[in-house]
Design a protein around this ligand. Sequence first.
Ligand SMILES: CC(C)(COP(=O)(O)OP(=O)(O)OC[C@H]1O[C@@H](n2cnc3c(N)ncnc32)[C@H](O)[C@@H]1OP(=O)(O)O)[C@@H](O)C(=O)NCCC(=O)NCCS
Length: 187
Amino acid sequence: MDAAAWSPRLARWEDIPEMEGLISASVRGLHRGIHSPEQIEASIGTVFGVDRQLIRDGTYFAVEDGGRIIGCGGWSRRASLCGSDSMRTGEDPLVDPGRDPARVRAFFVLPEWARRGVGSALMAECERAITAAGFRRVLIVATLAGEPLYARFGYRVSERTEVSMPGGLSTPVVRMEKELSGPVDAP
Ligand SMILES: CC(C)(COP(=O)(O)OP(=O)(O)OC[C@H]1O[C@@H](n2cnc3c(N)ncnc32)[C@H](O)[C@@H]1OP(=O)(O)O)[C@@H](O)C(=O)NCCC(=O)NCCS
């Protein structure tokens, strides 16, 4: 099944509980073997969770199968690079499309739906919306699990670093960047 099989729709406020469950299941299933169980549990609800600001901005999408949300992901015109909104206090300021990169944020797919094009469909939708909003550059602070998807879309690694988590733990992340150059199609 490829990305064209899926039609992302805008995420809604009432989707939040289902998406929080999806995010936990995605991280527990797809980060196993990459991160320790302690890192996985510390990341859920902190680094990984819904950022309500994206829903308010109309920049977060969900993919459904038979009425069930099987993937979610989005982009942002705001400064935060990663994390759920529980990691932030106060307003997340807007960035300037003429000068700053848009952010790609918070992609999660249920483990049983991985490698079936859901992440690619979300990515293509985000790049279309980012281009329409006037941005020409995109920045992602990606997980190791997300890196191959973004590399497939032409994003290049500019830095490898770590994000701090509760309990003195940290998790590795990859800063990835891309210049957009016109109409966007999935690879
Ligand atoms: C990252 C994620 C969203 C990808 O979603 P997905 O629906 O599985 O991605 P797709 O099926 O569209 O994959 C498209 C291509 O990306 C690459 N890719 C994706 N996942 C990969 C993996 N685990 N290993 C190697 N390549 C991978 C492949 O080239 C793949 O094409 P192929 O399946 O034809 O080989 C999913 O793995 C996930 O939810 N991970 C856990 C949460 C997470 O870390 N999210 C990233 C936050 S930055």
